[in-house]
Ligand binder design. Structure first.
Ligand code: NAD
Length: 542
C-alpha cells in the first residue's frame, strides 16, 4: 500500500479575521446570515452517505428570536440508529484499509473548505443556531475547527512515526489499528468546533462513527456534514442521527460492536453513560474506550499584588463572552480586599457598557442563552441571590424571554465562600465573587481547591512570583488548564491542549496526540529473519 514516507503539511493556526466595519468578511457573513435567517432548511439524518427523512420533524429556532423558525430536522427511530450502526460496520471494511495519506487528504481538504468557501456559512449558522456574536463564531466554528482538522493530521503522522527499536535479525513494527467495531460521538451545543472534531478525529484514525449532535446545534451540524461530504468522507464512515438521546444511546450501547465513546457535555450525563457501558461490559467484543470532557466551575484568584484592571478584564471576558456558556468560563472569583473597591468599579463599568441583542447587530457583545431550560435555571439562581442574605447582586440581575432568551450578565458577591453559585455549574452569564482578607491568601487557595467537584480551568493573577508559585502548587489538581496572569478561557489547538480531571472529564486533551491515541489499538508486528530450527538453548548443553 505505502509507496513513500509522506510529510504532512506543517499545521498552522488559522488567523482570526477581524470583522471590523467595512471588512469583506463582515459583508460576507452578514449576507449569509440574512439569507439563512430568512429561509428554511430541512435537515435529514445522514446514514450510509444518504439523506434519510423520517417524517417525524421538529423545528429549529434561533435562541435570540425563538418565535422565528429557520427550518426543521428529522428525528430518528430505533431502526434508523440500527441502520447507522450496520452501515458503519460495513463501511469499516474498506475505510479501515484506506491508506493514511488518503484519510489525511480528506480532512485537510475539509479544513480548507471551512477556511474558504464555507467560512461565512458555518459562522452564520453558528450565529443563528447557538446565538454567538461574530467573534465567538469565528474563533469557534471557523478557526478552532480548522485547527482541529489540520493539527490532528499532523498528530496522526507523529503517532505513526512512533516505532519500537529493532535488531539486525528482527524487525519490530507497530501499526496503529482503528478500534474494532464502531465508535459513538456525542457532542454538546456550545462549540461547533467540538461537534466537528469528535466524530472526525476518530474517523481520521480509521474508525467508523455514529454521531449524535445536540438538539440545539443541528443547524450548524448540517454545515459540518456538508463540508465532510464535499471533502470526500466516504458513505457510512460518519453517520448522523438526531432525536431522543436515551433511545439512541441505549441502541448504540447495546451493540456488541460498540468500541468507543467520545463525549463532550455535562458531568451527570457522562457518568450515567459510563455506568451503562459498565453494565453492558460482558456483551462487548472489546473493552470500549471512554473519553469524556464534561463540566467545570472555573476560577479566577487574584493576589493582593495583582493589577486590578487586568483582573477586572479577565473576569469580564472570562465570565461573559458567549454568555458564559463555555466549559472554561470563569464562574467564581476570589479577590483580596485591598484591590476590591477599585476592581469592582471596573467590572461594574464594563458590564454596564455591554450591548445585548441579536448577533446580527455586530455592536452586541452579549446575545441570548441557548434555550428556555437554561434561561429558567439561570433566572431561578438570580432570584435566589436577590433574596439570600449572604449574596448581593452588584450589577445585572434582569432577564427577559419575550423575544429571545436574554439574561443580563450578572455579578453576585457573596460573604459565604461555599454559597451555592460558588459550587454549582450554572453555564450562563453569572459570576460569583468572594472577597477575602489580603493576608488569607494561603487559606483562600485551599478553599479554591476544595470548593467544587470539578477540575477544568482556573487562573491566578499576581505580580508576586512567590504567590504565583504557591497557587501553582496548591491548585495542581484543581485545573487541567491553568492560566497565569490571563483569563481561564480561549484555549487554542496546538498551543493549549484542553481538558480537566476530577468531575470535569477524563482529561484526554482535545486537540492533542493524546486524544488520538485513544482511538487506536496498536498491533506489534515482529518479523524474524532467520527463524530458529532447534528448541535447545546453549545452557542445556552438558
Ligand atoms: P448536555 O450534557 O446537556 O448534552 C451533551 C450531549 O449529550 C448532547 O448531544 C445531548 O443530546 C446528549 N445527552 C443528553 N442527555 C443524554 C442522555 N441521557 N443520554 C445520552 N446522551 C444525552 O450538555 P450541553 O448543554 O450540550 O453542553 C454543556 C455542558 O457541556 C456543560 O456542562 C459544559 O461544561 C460541558 N462542556 C464541556 C467541555 C469540556 O471540554 N470539558 C466542552 C464543552 C462543553
Amino acid at each position: 500500500m505505502g509507496k513513500g514516507f509522506f510529510n504532512v503539511p506543517i499545521a498552522i493556526n488559522e488567523p482570526v479575521k477581524s470583522y471590523a466595519p467595512g471588512s469583506p468578511e463582515r459583508d460576507a457573513v452578514l449576507k449569509a446570515y440574512k439569507e439563512m435567517f430568512n429561509s428554511k432548511i430541512d435537515v435529514p439524518l445522514y446514514i450510509n452517505g444518504k439523506d434519510v427523512v423520517t417524517g417525524n420533524t421538529r423545528t429549529m429556532s434561533p435562541p435570540h428570536d425563538h418565535k422565528h423558525t429557520v427550518g426543521t430536522y428529522h428525528v430518528a427511530e430505533q431502526s434508523h440508529v440500527e441502520d447507522a450502526i450496520a452501515t458503519a460496520l460495513e463501511a469499516r471494511k474498506t475505510w479501515s484499509q484506506m491508506p493514511w495519506e488518503q484519510r489525511a487528504g480528506i480532512f485537510l481538504k475539509a479544513a480548507e473548505l471551512i477556511a474558504g468557501p464555507y467560512r461565512a456559512k458555518i459562522n452564520a449558522a453558528t450565529m443563528i443556531a447557538q446565538s454567538k456574536n461574530i467573534h465567538q463564531a469565528e474563533i469557534d466554528s471557523a478557526c478552532e475547527l480548522i485547527d482541529f482538522l489540520r493539527f490532528n493530521v499532523q498528530y496522526m503522522a507523529d503517532i505513526y512515526m512512533e516505532q519500537p527499536e529493532s535488531t539486525s535479525d528482527a524487525w519490530n513494527r507497530v501499526e496503529y489499528r482503528p478500534l474494532e467495531g464502531f465508535t459513538y460521538a456525542v457532542t454538546p451545543f456550545n462549540f461547533t468546533a467540538i461537534a466537528g472534531n469528535l466524530p472526525s478525529c476518530m474517523a481520521l484514525m480509521g474508525n467508523v462513527v455514529v454521531w449524535k449532535p445536540s438538539d440545539s446545534q443541528i443547524y450548524s451540524a448540517k454545515v459540518i456534514m456538508d463540508v465532510f461530504e464535499e471533502a470526500g468522507v466516504p458513505a457510512g464512515v460518519i453517520n448522523v442521527v438526531f432525536g431522543d438521546p436515551v433511545m439512541i444511546t441505549n441502541t448504540i450501547l447495546e451493540s456488541p460492536d460498540f468500541s468507543g465513546l467520545h463525549f463532550t457535555g455535562s458531568t451527570e450525563v457522562f457518568k450515567n453513560l459510563w455506568k451503562q457501558i459498565g453494565n453492558n461490559i460482558h456483551n462487548y467484543k472489546t473493552y470500549p474506550r471512554i473519553v469524556g470532557e464534561t463540566g467545570g466551575k472555573d476560577f479566577i484568584v487574584a493576589h493582593k499584588t495583582a493589577n486590578p484592571k487586568q483582573v477586572a478584564t479577565a473576569i469580564v471576558r472570562g465570565a461573559f463572552e458567549f454568555q458564559g456558556q463555555k466549559c472554561s468560563a470563569a464562574s467564581r472569583a476570589y479577590i483580596p480586599k485591598g484591590i476590591w473597591d477599585e476592581l469592582k468599579n471596573y467590572v461594574v463599568e464594563d458590564v454596564k457598557s455591554f450591548k445585548m441583542g441579536s448577533p446580527e447587530n455586530m455592536e452586541n457583545f452579549i446575545t441570548a442563552v441557548i434555550h428556555e431550560g437554561s434561561f429558567d435555571k439561570l433566572a431561578k439562581y438570580i432570584d435566589q441571590a436577590k433574596s439570600d442574605a449572604d449574596a448581593e447582586i452588584i450589577v445585572g440581575g434582569n432577564y427577559d424571554k419575550s423575544k429571545g432568551y436574554f439574561i443580563e450578565p450578572t455579578v453576585i458577591v457573596t460573604s459565604n465562600p461555599k454559597y451555592t453559585t460558588m459550587c454549582t455549574e450554572l453555564f450562563g452569564p453569572v459570576i460569583t465573587i468572594y472577597v477575602y482578607e489580603d493576608e488569607a491568601y494561603t487559606e483562600t487557595l485551599k478553599l479554591v481547591d476544595e470548593t467544587s467537584d470539578y477540575g477544568l480551568t482556573g487562573a491566578i493573577l499576581a505580580k508576586d512570583r512567590y504567590a504565583i508559585t504557591e497557587a501553582t502548587n496548591t491548585l495542581q489538581n484543581a485545573a487541567g488548564n491553568f492560566y497565569i496572569n490571563d483569563k481561564p478561557t480561549g484555549a487554542v489547538v496546538g498551543q493549549q491542549p484542553f481538558g480537566g480531571a476530577r468531575a470535569s472529564g477524563t482529561n484526554d486533551k482535545a486537540g492533542s496526540a493524546q486524544n488520538l491515541l485513544r482511538w487506536v489499538s496498536p498491533r506489534l508486528i515482529k518479523e524474524t529473519f532467520v527463524t530458529p530450527t532447534d528448541y535447545r538453548y546453549p545452557f542445556l548443553g552438558e
